[in-house]
Design a protein around this ligand. Structure first.
Ligand SMILES: [Fe+2]
Ligand SMILES: [Fe+2]
Length: 269
């Protein structure tokens, strides 16, 4: 199966990039299943019902979350009606789940959403949660497992890769909104520390630079906003996986002026 992953979709500019390009990319690259992170999809903070339906209509199959999952109140009922995840290591009793399994071309595929610890809300141990969940998926004969690891620190992301390489098909980081250049496949596990945002590319992590600049220059906090006009980017990772292993992976950066940059993941011996 060929799956694709899009990181933090930031506000309307991010949604517009999906509207313009996702169905074309799905068709051209023959993608079977698309996972996308929704945590900033609705004006930068959380997800509304309207925007959830919008993302699905553009070709997203399942949506993963992060620390901004709870920013819009109408998210909670959506866990019963939509293909939606929140980090699996939120404590017991929190609405929703962070792990769902799908049937695709005769094989099972599990999507697991986890949240890191550095500069993040209180949660259960991401590493222990990952270990236990992967073990229980393997016990249920689910081999293909993809993880959206929503974390600030690249060290936590690398550690998760060291813990699970050879055990899962892919681990891609989200949350920082800035893409890293370390897409690789090791022991059949595709890994990228952060895929980067889909949205405005010429501001500060997809937000209008005025507020963060004021904050950094004066120490006074403000409310981040989505720019009215900006240059946009869509970043998507595409992975061929079967029997639990990733055999090929590449990333596309699609710019709103039509430029496309394709980067292959390297294969570790
Ligand atoms: Fe984010
Ligand atoms: Fe986040």
């Amino acid at each position: 199966m060929r799956i694709a992953f899009i990181g933090d979709i930031v506000g309307r500019p991010g949604r517009e990039m999906l509207k313009t390009y996702l169905s074309k990319i799905r068709e051209e690259y023959k993608i079977d299943f698309v996972i996308a992170n929704y945590e900033n999809a609705s004006h930068g903070f959380g997800l509304t019902l309207k925007n959830a339906n919008e993302l699905i209509s553009y070709g997203v199959d399942v949506m993963s979350g992060g620390n901004h999952t709870w920013d819009k109140k109408d998210i909670i009922p959506l866990f019963d009606t939509h293909e939606l995840l929140r980090p699996h290591n939120y404590p017991e009793g929190v609405p929703g789940t962070g792990c769902k399994t799908y049937e695709l071309g005769g094989e099972k595929l599990a999507i697991l959403n986890l949240m890191g610890h550095y500069a993040m809300p209180m949660s259960d141990n991401a590493f222990r949660c990952a270990q236990a969940t992967v073990k229980s998926l393997h016990d249920d004969e689910v081999k293909n497992i993809f993880i959206d690891f929503h974390a600030e620190a690249t060290s936590e992301k690398r550690a998760m890769m060291m813990l699970l390489q050879g055990e899962v098909s892919g681990i891609i980081g989200t949350h920082t909104h800035v893409s890293t250049d370390d897409f690789q496949i090791a022991q059949g596990t595709a890994y990228l520390s952060d895929i980067g945002l889909t949205g405005c590319r010429d501001n500060v992590i997809g937000m209008d630079e005025k507020v963060p600049l004021k904050q950094f220059l004066t120490g006074m906090k403000g409310h981040f906003d989505i720019p009215k006009k900006c240059k946009k980017i869509l970043q998507i990772a595409i992975m061929d996986i079967s029997e639990g292993k990733c055999s090929k992976a590449f990333k596309l950066k699609v710019f709103d002026n039509g430029t496309l940059i394709k980067t292959d993941a390297w294969m570790e011996e």
